[in-house]
Design a protein around this ligand. Structure first.
Ligand SMILES: [Zn+2]
Length: 330
């Protein structure tokens, strides 16, 4: 199949160059499903882009598909430019401190009046908007009306693959074979790209879009073997959507998003983790040791509740109270 490619200008630099979003669309012989895939909305989360390269190459080799697939391999051409001492750092706009995945506020009233596609296309063309609004409106104009939305992210310096799906149809994403599924609904949306596709009127919609963020790997890294494995999972998911068949053979861990917490460093010092992501740590069990060089003491850390370690953030010299890990309190 051949794709059509569209380019959307996002930001002009002081020197005149323009940062743009590039979208590839494959259109099959049927109208539905309408699948939308994007990656690299947060700057350090580059793994999804190489994963989507595989997807585009695969679709090019196909004769036909059910419905359409639109792919945006680099959803945020601004954030991926942000680097500091061998690290990608663009989770936030450095000028405003805004998280690039909390910019998708939904104006439900105007969308209802105009329709999703028209509303966002009109918004994206407005002069004088903030760069956050420009990026959000453009991405939402490309994904508007999709039946299946997958926003590919990565988590921490070491983490297990997990998915944040909309609770009403989360099982659609079972073929992604993630370790953990953290379900959300209309009551706990945060202005993320995936949750912006669900607004109040979907509460009574028998067929709301299936939408999720998929945390596939760690920040800042590409790995050939992991990419092969994730591509198999993504392809299995695409096939299940095209064939309209739910595949329920996997038994992942399923939690509410409200069980997810950032674990603050209980003490300062130099951390060594004694458990790996994917481990359930019991109340009172030692999970890390912390060296405090100012009085030559090593302290063993325990938590006051059982928790599942989803991932480490990756800085092992910690100030007190700053985030060290993503955990699910059990
Ligand atoms: Zn992210």
């Amino acid at each position: 199949m051949k794709y059509t490619k569209q380019t959307y200008p996002i930001q002009q630099l002081p020197t005149g160059e323009i940062l743009s979003i590039h979208a590839y669309t494959f259109t099959g012989s049927q109208k539905r499903p309408k699948i939308y895939l994007q990656a690299n909305l947060h700057g350090p989360e580059i793994f999804g882009t190489t994963l989507l390269e595989k997807c585009i190459t695969y679709l090019e080799s196909q004769e036909d598909i059910s419905g359409s697939v639109t792919i945006v391999p680099t959803a945020n051409p601004i954030a991926v430019q942000h680097t500091s001492y061998n690290a990608l750092t663009g989770r936030y706009n450095p000028m405003t401190g805004t998280d690039w995945n909390r910019i998708f506020k939904v104006n439900s009233k105007n969308i209802e009046e105009l329709g999703e596609q028209k509303y966002y296309t009109k918004q994206a063309k407005k002069h004088g908007q903030t760069i956050e609004d420009k990026l959000a409106n453009t991405l939402r104009s490309i994904s508007a009306g999709s039946s299946h939305i997958l926003d590919i992210h990565t988590a921490g310096s070491n983490s297990v693959p997990h998915v944040f799906p909309y609770a009403k149809n989360w099982e659609v994403f079972l073929p992604l074979q993630a370790e953990a599924y953290l379900l959300w609904d209309e009551k706990n949306t945060m202005g993320t790209f995936d949750d912006s596709h669900i607004t109040h009127w979907h509460e009574h919609n028998p067929n709301p879009p299936a939408t999720c963020a998929w945390e596939v790997y760690h920040h800042g890294k590409n790995d050939l073997a992991v990419c092969e494995q994730r591509w198999k999972q993504l392809k299995t998911w695409l096939e299940s959507v095209w064939e309209d068949q739910e595949k329920k053979e996997t038994q992942p861990l399923v939690y509410s998003i409200q069980q997810l917490h950032n674990l603050p460093a209980p003490i300062a010092g130099y951390y060594t983790w004694l458990v790996k992501p994917g481990t359930t740590v019991k109340q009172g069990e030692i999970y890390a040791s912390v060296y405090q060089p100012w009085h030559h003491k090593t302290i063993k850390l325990t938590h006051d509740k059982d928790f599942y370690l989803l991932g480490n953030y990756g800085i092992d010299a910690m100030k007190e109270g700053e985030w060290i890990a993503m955990i699910i309190e059990l």
